[in-house]
Design a protein around this ligand. Structure first.
Ligand code: FAD
Length: 399
């Protein structure tokens, strides 16, 4: 294999290039991404970056890394087409780049719900460094932020805004916070924590319209039940949609993401996909798409081992995730979907929720308990009876 092209220069694309070299690939590597500048990490955008504005600290590797590693990086360049029969990608400027293998690391974009007024100037969203910088600059003069969406990013932002003494209201359509990814027990715990931080949280609350002031700028949110919440910053944090268009137009199988097999190859064996955009055979037997640094990084490493070393073992990394909300580090090992039993243990940092499915440990949610989280990563899949023998003390069970 002579030339590997990677579309997307985010967390997964960067790791892909680095892992190819680590595995000993000596051919050409070309990374093409539509954002300007060096690849950077997104997690701090809703956390430390809001407070410190330190863009340099986000960079994944310095420019010298790409030069030394012989990795060509084309930033601010959008790929508009994949020509599979010619094995070429086409950029917006019309340049064609040939590939022997192509990796799609196109990530996801924010979902904008069809709420009237959402396009008013002054509504904000948070995905890129540019988004974060725009919000950070406004935060100093913001009095009341209305956050539409009580998921990880909305709540991380809410905690940062509270720390900056901004009044915050979170509007969440579901009956609990972070409902898509968390157990009801841990959702309830974080609701208490956000109340303690002074955040107003409205559950079962459907945003029906973004309000505008006399100049037409976003000035709050009207709910479906008639309530109106005035605010001078409206953050839309209602989840993401995978960037599948390139793949779909090229005829690759897509279903809520680009569908890949257990080696992370798409329906065209010359093309792999990873990270936020990839739907892969998940640990619970059903296809899954994960939005996490862990998935992007582990996918990239797996593809590199397959392409360079011929490793044909199926991808089987244990999923894990973290979210920092104020002083509280939420960590999740495994996937809790469909769990049929929850056991809650008190740990010094807060509750640890152990989720079981069919008698086996499926996921563990912890707060400010990194030791328990690390133990949990080793124990996913363990029979309930074995953990019971350790009184559900995960650190003891992992020894
Ligand atoms: P991305 O990093 O999004 O990169 C995809 C890149 O591809 C983007 O630059 C995109 O613009 C580019 N692209 C798309 N289409 C094209 C095209 N046609 N041509 C060229 N380029 C294209 N995860 C955690 O595990 N923990 C956290 O605490 C956490 N916090 C987060 C906070 C924020 C604010 C955000 C936005 C995300 C957070 N995440 C967190 C999620 C994590 O950052 C993502 O899961 C990860 O970045 C996914 O990597 P990726 O390479 O798949 O996609």
């Amino acid at each position: 294999m002579q030339r590997i092209v990677i579309i997307g220069t985010g967390q997964g694309g960067q790791q892909m290039a680095a892992s190819l070299r680590q595995e000993g690939f000596s051919g050409e590597i070309l990374m093409i991404g539509d954002e300007p500048g060096l690849p950077y990490q997104r997690p701090p955008l809703s956390k430390a970056y809001m407070a410190n504005g330190d863009a340099a600290a986000l960079t994944l590797k310095p420019s010298g890394f790409y030069e030394r590693s012989g990795i060509a990086l084309h930033d601010a360049t959008r790929v508009v087409r994949i020509d599979r029969s010619a094995r070429q990608v086409v950029t917006q400027g019309g340049t064609r780049h040939s590939y022997d293998h192509l990796v799609l690391a196109t990530g996801a974009r924010n979902f904008r719900p069809p709420v009237p007024g959402i396009d008013a100037p002054g509504t904000a969203e948070l995905r890129t460094l540019a988004d974060a910088e725009a919000i950070r600059q406004r935060l100093a003069t913001t009095r009341h932020a209305v956050v539409v969406g009580g998921g990880f990013i909305g709540l991380e932002f809410a905690a940062m805004a509270r720390a900056a003494d901004v009044e915050v209201t979170v509007v969440e359509a579901a009956p609990r916070l972070m409902a898509r990814a968390l157990s009801p027990q841990m959702s309830g715990h974080f609701l208490d924590l956000h109340h303690q931080m002074g955040t107003h949280v409205l559950l079962d609350a459907m945003a029906a319209r973004v309000l505008a002031d006399a100049q037409g700028r976003a000035a709050g949110v009207a709910l479906a039940d008639g309530r109106q919440i005035a605010g001078d910053l409206v953050l839309i944090a209602t989840g993401v949609r995978p960037n599948v268009e390139l793949a779909a137009e090229a005829g690759l199988t897509c279903d809520n993401g680009i569908v890949v097999d257990d080696g992370l190859a798409t329906s065209d064996p010359a093309i792999s996909a990873l990270g936020d955009v990839a739907v892969f055979p998940g640990p619970l037997g059903a296809p899954v798409r994960l939005e996490s640094v862990q998935a992007a990084v582990d996918h990239a490493r797996h593809i590199a081992r397959r392409l360079v070393g011929g490793d044909s073992t199926p991808y089987a990394a244990v999923p894990w995730f973290w979210s920092d909300q104020g002083k509280f580090k939420l960590q999740i090992a495994g996937l809790g979907h469909g769990a049929d039993r929850a056991i809650t243990r008190a740990e010094p940092g807060g509750p640890a929720v152990l989720l079981f499915g069919r008698g086996r440990l499926q996921a563990v949610e912890t707060v400010n308990a990194p030791g328990v989280h690390m133990a949990a990563r080793k124990l996913i899949g363990m029979p309930l009876a074995d953990l019971q023998a350790h009184d559900f003390d995960l650190r003891a069970a992992a020894k």
